[in-house]
Design a protein around this ligand. Structure first.
Ligand code: FAD
Length: 258
């Protein structure tokens, strides 16, 4: 099969940056033909020593208008894919499926005033792409990014998040963003303490945001740990908020990472 007929392209790693022993970010070249919507994911492939290729889904952190692709990865102990991925260095090759996938995109919502982006761990990735794209800033009046990790040192992209307000194209909208980091295993000034579900149940999240979560005004995207997603969906269901489907628009969109 010729390279152009293959379902994937070969991209080169431009940067690999460790954050903690189990978290790192990576940046690759981008095929000019690779198109995606903010919030979608790519299928990445690594070649193992025996020549076989392992594929996994990875949300783009970078925006659709960046010339590169950026990803944020966990290292799963003995994980088939991440053991290989975490060994790669600058200049190495990563396979990227030609097509992007996923429905954690803004077109899931036909209306809404406040957008809540609820993430655990690497689940913040699609929200960083969404926040670097212009559409969200025009579409919503308030955007609340909630990013949960065990410890503060595991919160990635703090400089990127803090710098969004400085971007020229966002200047007049920057006041719309409220960033609420939360940590579960320590107390830290500047971060809420506890799981996202606890913070919804005890009212702390809405208090910190100064906004209520309601079916009328709120649209909620949830990404990361499947248990957190299930539990949060159950809490939102109790408030009459449901998954948004193409045939039946709702208030909630989710992406499970495993
Ligand atoms: P696997 O055998 O795939 O996973 C083993 C176990 O590790 C899982 O059962 C789970 O308990 C745990 N695990 C897997 N992924 C994670 C994670 N991200 N955080 C915490 N625990 C995890 N992973 C990323 O790191 N970054 C992403 O942007 C990302 N985007 C994804 C998008 C989609 C739509 C899906 C379905 C998954 C995504 N994942 C992401 C998970 C990723 O596809 C792999 O599961 C991950 O790379 C681990 O692969 P593995 O073969 O090493 O371990």
């Amino acid at each position: 099969m010729t390279a152009s007929a293959e379902k994937f392209t070969h991209q080169t790693l431009l940067e690999v940056t460790p954050l903690t022993p189990s978290l790192f970010t990576l940046r690759t070249t981008r095929d000019p033909g690779f198109r995606f919507q903010a919030g979608q994911f790519a299928r990445l492939g690594v070649t193992k020593a025996d020549g076989s290729v392992v594929w996994r889904a990875y949300s783009m952190v970078s925006s659709p208008h960046d010339e590169f692709l950026e990803f944020f990865s966990i290292v799963v102990p003995d994980g088939e894919f991440t053991s290989e991925l975490s060994r790669l260095c600058e200049g190495d090759t990563l396979l990227v499926d030609r097509q992007a996938f996923g429905y954690l995109t803004l077109d899931r919502f036909v209306d809404g005033r406040d957008l809540w982006l609820l993430s655990t761990g690497t689940g913040v990735a699609p929200f960083l792409s969404i926040l670097q794209d212009f559409e969200v800033w025009e579409k919503f009046e308030r955007i609340i990014l909630v990013y949960s990790a065990r410890e503060v040192q595991e919160l990635a992209y703090q400089t990127l998040i803090a710098g969004l307000a400085e971007r020229d194209y966002l200047a007049e909208h920057a006041h719309k963003l409220l960033y609420l980091p939360t940590v579960t295993r320590e107390h830290h000034p500047g971060a809420l303490t506890g799981r996202i579900t606890q913070l919804i149940e005890n009212g702390e999240l809405e208090q910190a945001a100064g906004l209520a979560i309601s079916p009328e005004h709120s649209r909620v995207m949830i990404c990361g740990n499947p248990q957190m997603i299930d539990d949060t969906r159950a809490l939102l269901k109790g408030r009459d908020m449901r998954l948004s489907l193409s045939r039946k628009p709702g208030q909630v969109a989710v992406e499970n990472y495993w």
